[in-house]
Design a protein around this ligand. Sequence first.
Ligand code: F6P
Length: 367
Amino acid sequence: GKRIGVLTSGGDAPGMNAAVRAIVRVAISRGCEAYAIFEGYEGLVQGGKMIRKFGWADVRGYLAIGGTLIGTARCKSFRERSGRLDAACNLVKNGIDALIVCGGDGSLTGADILRKEWPGLIEELIQNGKLTVEEADPYKHLTIVGLVGSIDNDMPSTDVTIGAVTSLHRICEAVDSISSTASSHSRAFVIEVMGRRCGWLALMAAISTGADFVFIPERPPSENWEAEMCDVIKRHRQLGKRRTIVIVAEGAIDRNLNPIKPDYIKELLIKKPLELDTRVTTLGHTQRGGRPCAYDRNLATIQGVEAVNAVLESTPDTPSPMIGVNENKITSEPLLRAVELTHQVAEAISKQDFRRAMELRDPEFAD
Ligand code: F6P
């Protein structure tokens, strides 16, 4: 059987534990060995106690717990070739020939780089005496499988990433709480939500809480948005609304790519014509922590099963797959293609081609 390593990397996401649990248990039930690599790529670079064989019972209770119990890191050393050299050496020394990475686009890019460099890294390890030819011989090929774990839901080619739905629930609850105090005082709240360069959390939260206005990176507002926003809010107030909620994605930008910041929106709301008593709330990491919702537990579990299947089916010629979900079906597509799409989205936004960015995120947007 194969020896399958699993690590979680980048920002933690609720449901990552469910993925690790599924991978470990499916690996064992298929006659493979499972290894947990602690602290993301950091553990791979350091080796030693950071790489531990996991048994069935080691993942007991994992389903319901938020964050990632095997730890994560935004690892700098893995970005250097020397770090990847140590990582390759540790994999071979532990007999690990397949690696399942659960993380965001940066983490999956790292995984793909490791796979591409693999033969060269092994060669170099033999040359500088870190590995013998005999030791390295069974490890000519490294199987990599990616799972997308991120609250941001910023990966094209999958409908939803592990953790995004839980985070959205958390944001909704927070906005609901804010709403009751806002209407009591007839106040306005500007609420900043996470998402990095992606507006999914902000947009979905705005729809599901009936917010008055939302700012997202993919669709900057019109040139005179300040006046438009005030008009909309004035109209809502005239209709009898006692609370005003403006949701701002942390990556929100205007048409000239300048950030739109909550404090600036607050300034607009407190002055004439609205003169609203306004507060700013940054939801911060409450959005990322806590128990995963049922959807994320199940998504992570099914994708974990599929990731082990992909390891067992892979051949040296198949490109590393990324497991996604599209129209409710678990899908698998080349990791590299998915990662490339994320770069294209960033490029489209930097060229102010916002429509293209939306189309890349969701091809149906073009229709
Ligand atoms: O990618 C997940 C995320 O929570 C983003 O939404 C946010 O921009 C970032 O991570 C925050 O990172 P950190 O926890 O390192 O401050």
